[in-house]
Design a binder for this molecule. Sequence first.
Ligand SMILES: Cc1cc2nc3c(=O)[nH]c(=O)nc-3n(C[C@H](O)[C@H](O)[C@H](O)COP(=O)(O)OP(=O)(O)OC[C@H]3O[C@@H](n4cnc5c(N)ncnc54)[C@H](O)[C@@H]3O)c2cc1C
Length: 464
Amino acid sequence: MTHIAVIGGGAAGAAVFGALLCKHDEAVVHWITGRSTTGRGVAYATDDDHHLLNVRASGMGLYADQDEDFVQHASRDHANVRGTDFLPRRLFGDFIEAQVRKRISSAEQRGRRFAVHPVEALRIDPQVDGYDIFLADGTCLHIDAVVLAVGALSPRPLRTVSASALASGAYELDPWNLPQRTRAPRRLIVIGTGLTAVDTLLSASTRWPDAELVAVSRHGQLPFVHPVLPIQPFPAQASLNASLLDCDGAAPMLRKIRSALRDAPDIDWRSLIDGMRPINATLWQNLTHAKRRQFLHHARWIWEASRHRVAPRSAETIQQLRDEGRLQVNAARVLGVDGQGPLDVTVRTRSNQVLTTLQADLVVQATGLDTAVAFTEHTLLSQLIDDGLVVADPLQLGLSACPDGRLLNARGDVQRGLYAIGSLLRGNLWECTAMPEIRTAAHTLASTLIADRSQAEATATVVA
Ligand SMILES: Cc1cc2nc3c(=O)[nH]c(=O)nc-3n(C[C@H](O)[C@H](O)[C@H](O)COP(=O)(O)OP(=O)(O)OC[C@H]3O[C@@H](n4cnc5c(N)ncnc54)[C@H](O)[C@@H]3O)c2cc1C
């Protein structure tokens, strides 16, 4: 009997587990979920209804062949839900849990064998015929194939933060876990201005209505906003995409995009960026290592702000906070964070290079996804790297992998039976963390796993 394990209890793990349960196959599926609420992971475990999806409800879903629409599901308990809305992320978490429950009950009715293990996987040891996975509750599972769906890594402190600041209790590394404080902070500094920073600012502004909020990042660029209603596709997208695929590097791509916008002044630039979605992975794969590095250094900040936009309601609240003088957004480099609380945050302003030290009762690091596996303290990933079963992407964007999720080992070969999905694949796919990409990848990966298993069994029979 073949056993397949999916490690990670977030949305990506849920999507692969559900896709595998649906397959007409004999393999036993194990879902090792860690400590998180099953299927919600980091993004959809929030209970703050100011935290909105950044994709319209009609674009969200868990399975490529889904049993029920998210909009339909949300409409059952909430009146006037439209597919064009940006709904609270909590509702999508509820949807994931309901969809997983459905697949589990249908699998039970069909007598399909599976197990959910609500503990962490600590280590994976290769065996002649598969892997042994050791779980935190002492169980050892013998498995033929393993999918790593462990999401982004726990944030590491910026190098510029002193040990005393880290120990002070006034520096928060986890932006989803604002500390409970007896006294509200007078000033709170958020390091970062991306989507995570926006959520942190929204939460902080309601929890501490009198606090002065400051957000700092090198470019001080907040995410751009989605249009309230969907926009028309760019009519010349197909020819633009074809010409982008011929470009050698991000700079000529940017010139082509600018020129397309000059030629079509009535077009909303956001439709053009959205229309690149089907080719983003290929554009990234076409770049050489040096060109990828250049992109990350010079263009990543503007790409992220343009591509991963914020819901209109969140943008309005942020603008209101700025208009009321409660929020300042600074383009500056953080040179140091020191003290024992309150903390001194020293920054160099981008426009005039002037050094300033701001004092804050609370500093929150919200610098986005960490994918630098070579430096991680994640028990399982560091063991896999130390044992040479996987290898870090050279630009620290997850693990080295094939586009279909097969992982490469330290020798550069495909490591038979080891796969990944989600942010660990950024080095190969670049855009692979949003639900539209994750559900397609999960669907394809489930088929790949079953096909690889059948092939391995056929080979074993021939050898025998
Ligand atoms: C704040 C936020 C908002 C987002 N909003 C949107 C949105 O609106 N629309 C959209 O399409 N995308 C959004 N995204 C993208 C999001 O990353 C994906 O939608 C999805 O949630 C990623 O899920 P994941 O399972 O890969 O990772 P995670 O959610 O991080 O889940 C990984 C899980 O694996 C578990 N785990 C880790 N190690 C182990 C181990 N050794 N053993 C067992 N379990 C382990 C962790 O505890 C965690 O629960 C958002 C992301 C974030 C962070």
